[in-house]
Design a protein around this ligand. Structure first.
Ligand SMILES: Cc1cc2nc3c(=O)[nH]c(=O)nc-3n(C[C@H](O)[C@H](O)[C@H](O)COP(=O)(O)O)c2cc1C
Length: 183
């Protein structure tokens, strides 16, 4: 699949077929995370892959009732939880080197996009889920203090096509030379 086709064609998928994700496909997706860029190649990401229906349904209790991805947690054969190791991305000798502090959100965000695009190119669906009780999720999964749960995605073969939410026009977010200046 052409890269622009993958970027434009990927949609958030919230309904999945029960078919399992083959082991070699999972391996390819983990390689897409592995080869993502990161701050000074710190690779702060870690992934918890959940197949156990009991763990999936326990984790689903961390999502608020209004989260549109709530039912996806049970229907997807696999749920991937992206975690980040604190205090390495954006740091040099233990000191944050920019006003942004820890860049783990950024690096894990890139890794998540790699994963979602790779999944889409292989015919699988994903939906990035960020709205949940992160502390509760960390407790359920036994995540240690120095690691943060950032986001998760259900993963599986799509049972429906996703709708395409409208995007801003390029002219609405691109400026010329200075912020706010139109070319
Ligand atoms: C950081 C982030 C957090 C998100 N959190 C949720 C979420 O909690 N629940 C959900 O259903 N979708 C969530 N989404 C999916 C967005 O709603 C979706 O990407 C957006 O509406 C655009 O649709 P598309 O992915 O089909 O292009 C999230 C996406 C991102 C990037």
């Amino acid at each position: 699949m052409d890269l622009m086709e993958a970027i434009k064609g990927r949609r958030s998928i919230r309904k999945y077929k029960p078919d399992p994700v083959p082991e070699e496909v999972f391996h390819t997706l983990m390689n897409s995370v592995r080869w993502s860029p990161s701050w000074a190649n710190t690779q702060c990401w870690e992934v918890v892959a959940i197949k156990d229906p009991n763990v999936k349904s326990e984790l689903a209790t961390a999502l608020p009732k209004g989260n549109p991805a709530l039912s996806s947690m049970a229907s997807a054969p696999l749920v991937l939880v992206l975690c980040g190791k604190k205090g390495i991305s954006g740091f040099y000798k233990g000191q944050a080197v920019t006003v942004k502090g820890d860049w783990l959100m950024f690096d894990t965000g890139i890794a998540m996009q790699s994963l979602c695009l790779a999944a889409h190119s292989l015919g699988l669906g994903t939906v990035v889920v960020g709205m949940f009780d992160h502390k509760k999720a960390e407790k359920i999964l036994g995540v240690p203090e120095n690691i943060e749960v950032v986001a998760l995605t259900p993963l599986g073969y799509p049972a429906t096509e996703g709708s395409t939410p409208r995007r801003k026009e390029i002219s609405e977010f691109v400026f010329s030379n200075h912020y706010g200046k139109k070319g």
